[in-house]
Design a protein around this ligand. Sequence first.
Ligand SMILES: NC(=O)c1ccc[n+]([C@@H]2O[C@H](COP(=O)([O-])OP(=O)(O)OC[C@H]3O[C@@H](n4cnc5c(N)ncnc54)[C@H](O)[C@@H]3O)[C@@H](O)[C@H]2O)c1
Ligand SMILES: [Zn+2]
Length: 377
Amino acid sequence: MPIVPVHHATGQYDVVIEPGSLLQLPELLARALGRRKLALITDDTVARYYDEWTSATAATRALGARPSDAGIRLRAEARLSFPAGEESKTRETWIRLSDELLSAGFDRHAAVVALGGGVVGDLAGFVAATYLRGIPYAQVPTTVLAMVDASVGGKVGVDTPLGKNLIGAFHPPAIVVADPLTLLSLPDRTYRAGLAEAVKHGVIADASFFGWLEANARKVMQRDLAALTHLVHRNVEIKAAVVSADEREGGMRAILNAGHTIAHGLEQESGYRIPHGEAVALGLIAECRIAERMGLAPAGLADRILGLCRALGLPIRLSAPVQVARVLDATTRDKKNRDGEVRLALPVTLGSMHEGDGKWTVPVTDELLANAVNELH
Ligand SMILES: NC(=O)c1ccc[n+]([C@@H]2O[C@H](COP(=O)([O-])OP(=O)(O)OC[C@H]3O[C@@H](n4cnc5c(N)ncnc54)[C@H](O)[C@@H]3O)[C@@H](O)[C@H]2O)c1
Ligand SMILES: [Zn+2]
């Protein structure tokens, strides 16, 4: 079974990536968590699929399977869920879930299983991080974004009215189990949005993976199971290497922020009408154009990224105009920038990022930023 180990300050955990792995969930969880009372946390949409997945039998599964052929086995003592969507990633939901665990009598020998996309992972992970000062949890990601990005690295948390992910913790999971079969039921737009993070991983760390994405874009768009499994596997390896090298964001982890400074500005200015992954595609293109203009990256790199985004069904320009000044304002308030100065994680070539004196980011003028955002129209 393909496994990627992720190292962190106090140990390591495995990321299992295999079609059909959810059928082995009880054994995998027992190995990582021992015998514990399990609380399954998911959202209402995934909960509906969960019923389908639990009733699917191993015999109906095969490569090239249909969504309904995904199967899951899990013996959880409680099943908690909340309405799907980013709007639920709040302290209020965290309170409700924690209180439900308390009234159900879960003690320190319990563990949480987070089944769903990045919202479930962040929220359920934060419940686990704080419940009785911290209990273990497993990530079972079911979106592309959660498999290639959110479920690995141990960052958990909730949003506040003043910004996303402002309250949270570092709480590494005990295990991550990714079953690519679950991706077959994703709505198209959600599916594609997650691919932007895969493009990002190619840009920041692996030119040959980027080339593989270019060559296999059609298979990826058709959700070919073998291609999907390779894609998730390579992305997890890349993210694991970065977070293992810099667990608490001292320096190198900043490269994971490639494309994200402008993306956050676009998301915020659009009132979150532009989904995160789509904003990341636009942010990668715009930030790479800045790198080219600063003479840091070779000419033509931004166009190559644009070409791959287009092939993967991601946006390459804005579908509605944005107020550039407001996008800039949002980027300077990005929590990762010190003192209002905008610093970007910029590529120097495909697969490698500017070291920026050990900060892995480079200060950028407002003029360059404004031009790059404008050019997305
Ligand atoms: N912790 C981290 O390091 C990290 C990194 C990146 C993103 N994130 C967070 O991840 C979140 C976004 O994650 P997301 O894009 O997965 O969103 P999401 O969890 O809201 O999932 C998107 C939608 O897909 C549905 N869904 C999930 N799995 C499905 C399946 N298999 N079939 C059909 N529908 C399914 C969900 O119910 C939801 O409606 C954001 O809150 C972001 O901040 C966290
Ligand atoms: Zn992202």
